[in-house]
Design a protein around this ligand. Structure first.
Ligand SMILES: *[C@@H]1O[C@H](CO)[C@@H](O)[C@H](O)[C@H]1NC(C)=O
Ligand SMILES: *[C@@H]1O[C@H](CO)[C@@H](O)[C@H](O)[C@H]1NC(C)=O
Length: 291
């Protein structure tokens, strides 16, 4: 009897441990620096990480794990003050010349001028699907939740739970969708003053350095890549892959309302309305339902 009791306790502890590892792996467990490692610092109990950009270097990190589909979230507090010319990025990407990628990029600005949130999606090496937004809050004053919800039906970019953009799967119409290649999550800060702020006219002021972006409580609830078998396994709507379940195949009516509010008030660029750029022929998805 005593032995059974002990076994039960051990089992319970194991279950709790498994659960914890799913809920929140800390930064030291889940990521490593891929460049500028001397300018990456993990603090607190491993939940907080900061990247610094100075005149010598930027810095970046990536996840150890690779995954296909999931809900990948990060709390981010952007560089305050004069951040013109800096770009902080948080994105998913596969590797190779025909890579897929899902981007959040935050383009800095002069003090008091709004950040631009730049989004894009690459499929099989081809991007050119930019949408840009201003924000309805000051992203340097506090941490905000930036989440990419990626499943076989759609990709949704969320900020604090509000959908700002959707990219639907229109493979049936011949439009590529990222659903074959495993991705990692990447974050970084770098000097992009040749293009980032007001089209490159505003340069970095190194007197304002160091530029520090803060990241907190990274969480990838995602389908772990286990080789090519994952292409079908990760796409299957099982209990484990909750992010693929039917309720996440389309936005709800209230989410569509939120998306409309953001598009009407905060969207500053949409490739789907930039006819000049595409010589009058917008990409096909621009003529299809966008959400
Ligand atoms: C972040 O946003 C996502 C998507 O709305 C949500 O699922 C998640 O619970 C949020 N996380 C936090 C820490 O608020
Ligand atoms: C910077 O501020 C200007 C002026 O308000 C704005 O037009 C621009 O979109 C902002 N963002 C960037 C990245 O230039």
């Amino acid at each position: 009897m005593a032995n059974l009791g002990a076994l039960f306790i051990v089992l319970a502890i194991c279950l709790i441990a498994i659960n914890l590892s799913l809920v929140g792996a800390t930064f030291p467990k889940s990521v490593f620096s891929d460049w500028g490692s001397q300018q990456m610092v993990i603090t607190g109990n491993g939940d907080d990480l900061q990247l610094t950009l100075n005149k010598l270097s930027g810095s970046g990190f990536q996840t150890k794990r690779q995954f296909l589909f999931g809900s990948i979230e990060m709390l981010i507090k952007l560089v305050p003050g004069n951040s013109a010319g800096t770009v902080t990025a948080y994105y998913l990407s596969s590797t190779g010349p025909r890579h897929d990628e899902i981007d959040f990029e935050f383009l800095g600005n002069l003090s008091g001028q709004p950040y631009t949130v730049h989004t894009n999606v690459f499929t099989q090496g081809v991007g050119n699907k930019e949408q840009q937004f201003h924000l309805w809050f000051d992203p340097t004053a506090d941490f905000h939740n930036y989440t990419i919800h990626w499943n076989p039906n759609q990709i949704v970019w969320f900020i604090d739970g509000l959908p700002i953009r959707v990219f639907r799967n229109y493979e049936s119409k011949g439009i590529a969708f990222p659903n074959q290649q495993r991705m990692r999550s990447y974050s970084s800060i770098w000097d992009a003053d040749n293009w980032a702020t007001q089209g490159g006219r505003v340069k970095i002021d190194w007197n304002s350095a160091p530029f520090i972006a803060r990241f907190r409580r990274f969480r990838a609830r995602a389908c772990k890549w286990n080789g090519p078998v994952s292409i079908s396994q990760c796409a299957s709507n099982s209990l484990a892959n909750w992010w693929t379940s039917p309720v996440y195949s389309k936005l709800s009516y209230s989410q569509i309302g939120q998306l409309m509010w953001i598009r009407n008030n905060y969207m500053i660029y949409n490739y789907c309305t930039d006819k000049m750029r595409f010589n009058g022929n917008l990409p096909l998805e621009c003529y299809l339902q966008q959400y």
